[in-house]
Design a protein around this ligand. Sequence first.
Ligand code: HEC
Length: 198
Amino acid sequence: MKKPLSISLILACSMLVSGYASAEAPLAPAPMPVEMQQMMKVYSPELRQKVMALSPELKGTIQQLHAGHTRRAKETNLRQIMHEILSEYQSIASSLATDNAEQAAESARRLANHRIPKGGLLAYFPLDKVNTADLSVLPTMNAAVEGSALKLAEAADKGDMSMAASYMSDIMTGCVACHQKFRGVPGVSANLMTPVKK
Ligand code: HEC
């Protein structure tokens, strides 16, 4: 009789403690990966709160997405990195058109291993999209863009340029999908009476 009681007491206590920890000390919960903790130091309180509220699974996934990239930007922002990615995409197109398998493979691998912008991706997403439901599509988009780029590189390595070319639309489908969900309207003018609608 004594033992089950003490076990259930321990359980109850640990539940209380973990509940208390997540309610009272949101800055140091167990599942927050180290690199994300570093990035969060420069986040605004609003963004930090949103990131803290993500599910532990999603935090792990985002950490993995970041960790899959070996190159880190110091000051570059996401929009600049996006232009780098676009340059790589254009370089792939050029290499396919000129039957340059090595350029195709290298550009595709650079695209897949693009630099991570200062503060990570989330810092540049609209705040109302930084939640578990909206961000859970990230791995799918990552697979479309970076997964297809790596497949393109492999096909180019084998000299199969038509197979390589077939992945271009898969990559672009991923770009378009992510933009539709997470990108605002670029270049909107504050001086137009009828702003561009999306
Ligand atoms: C994970 C989501 C995501 C994916 C995948 C993605 N983008 Fe973006 N992209 C964004 C966001 C968010 C912005 C807006 C960044 C900002 O303005 O701070 C953006 C902006 C851009 C811009 C800057 C100019 C503009 O139109 O806003 C270019 C160029 C761009 N993306 C190209 C690409 C290309 C090419 C691909 C695919 C190879 C791609 N992106 C894939 C999220 C994504």
